[in-house]
Design a protein around this ligand. Structure first.
Ligand SMILES: Cc1ncc(COP(=O)(O)O)c(C=O)c1O
Length: 399
């Protein structure tokens, strides 16, 4: 029915342009804010997590060759068969997993699509979803948009570990799904065996599905080996494991992700993927298939290179007088402001650091939806030595 009065017309216009409140009310992300400030002020940008290095040349060359010589039309919805084979072989080699490339592996446009698709496919409105704070910024809006009800477990520095009491408070008979990130960005921790066993016990006890964001699985230090939650007894049939070639090869713009799940879950995940992106550029898929087959030494050298950058930056931070939290994995290292004698909160200090000292970082409170920890600041160390040294030169003047 057409509006008859000016008031009705105004009401209709307001209604029409009322957009989805979850996205309409989201502020600009801290990553954009900090990167913008870094550009404006000419600061060294250790905020957003991407490496200075351009990525392995042979893998990039494969992608370029595939564009020129290959098939550039829609690849199969589930991903190129050669990539699904390569993913299966890769996880058998590095994590002892036995995955069927035909029914248990799907290629997505980055881990982000895999996470969004899993939440859309698995959550019914009203289902409770256990989330761990600090949490990756995409999780909460996607859970809410899927109709999920978040139940937070707050992790605290310096160990960020799970406790039975905290899990017992968050899990309930309505728990449908747990979204778990290991290694954990931004805490830069790798969950220990006891934490994984505790989480598995709660998932099994509450018959919940675990969606495991393991994009940092290869970026772990000091001889650690990644343990997928999927490999724990009783978890295989209830786990969706998510990986990202962008993180494995240090080319974050590639957005090639993979999802591994048992067939009954995969069938539904595939339905969501079908209408989210349907597919992912074929040249990047074939280059990633090649890359995943690289010899073990490439992966250990990649880790060693990042570990060397971590050590260089960590030693520099300590020499500046900052108290540094352990970085066990990811591209990140955190400083504890309170322990360093800084009484400002992380958001205010991050602003001052970029404006007055010329170093961009990320306040970890931005990764909390409630009861934020406000005393921790994150830096990305996946940078050239010269970039790290330039940042340290500036940080030396802070304390
Ligand atoms: C925990 C976590 N999940 C997912 C992503 C996004 O992965 P992708 O670029 O493959 O979508 C990131 C990127 O930083 C991340 O840190």
């Amino acid at each position: 029915m057409e509006p008859r009065t000016a008031l009705e017309t105004a009401a209709r216009l307001i209604y029409r342009f009322l957009m989805n409140s979850i996205f309409a009310n989201l502020p600009t992300t801290i990553f954009e804010t900090m990167s913008l400030l870094a550009r404006e002020t000419g600061a060294v940008n250790l905020g957003q997590g991407f490496p200075d290095d351009p990525g392995p040349e042979d893998v990039r060359r494969k992608a370029a060759e595939a564009v020129m010589d290959g098939w550039n039309q829609y690849p199969p919805m589930m991903g190129l068969p050669e990539l699904r084979q390569a993913v299966a072989a890769h996880y058998a080699r590095f994590q002892g997993l036995d995955l069927d490339p035909a029914g248990e592996i799907m290629v997505t446009s980055g881990a982000t699509e895999a996470i969004a698709g899993a939440l859309m496919a698995l959550i019914e409105p009203g289902d409770e979803v256990v989330l761990f704070q600090p949490l990756y910024d995409a999780y909460l809006p996607l859970v809410l948009r899927a109709g999920g009800v978040p139940r937070f477990v707050s992790l605290e520095p310096p160990h960020w570990n799970l406790t039975k009491e905290a899990l017992a408070r968050a899990f309930s008979p309505r728990t449908k799904l747990v979204l778990f990130n290991n290694p954990l960005n931004p805490a830069a921790t790798v969950f220990c065996d006891a934490d994984l066993a505790l989480l598995a016990e709660f998932c099994i006890g509450h018959d919940a599905i675990a969606v495991c964001d393991e994009v940092w699985e290869h970026v772990i230090f000091d001889g650690r080996a990644h343990k997928p939650l999927m490999a724990l007894p009783g978890m295989r049939e209830r786990t969706v494991k998510i990986g990202s070639a962008g993180k494995i090869f240090g080319m974050t713009g590639w957005k090639v992700g993979f999802v591994m799940a048992p067939p009954p879950l995969m069938r539904v995940l595939a339905k969501a993927h079908q209408f989210l992106t349907f597919t992912t550029p074929p040249n990047l898929q074939s280059a990633v298939a090649y890359g995943l087959g690289k010899e073990d030494s490439w992966f250990s050298e990649m880790r060693a290179g990042l570990q060397r950058s971590r050590d260089r930056f960590e030693a520099g931070l300590k020499a500046c007088g900052f108290v540094v939290l352990p970085s066990e994995g990811t591209y990140f290292i955190n400083i504890d402001l309170a322990a360093s004698g800084i009484n400002e909160d992380d958001a205010g200090f991050a602003q001052r650091l970029v404006r007055e000292f010329g170093v961009a970082s990320i306040p970890v409170s931005a990764f909390y939806a409630q009861d934020a920890v406000t005393t921790v600041l994150r830096f990305c160390f996946a940078k050239h030595d010269a970039t790290l040294d330039a940042a340290l030169e500036r940080l030396r003047r802070v304390l």
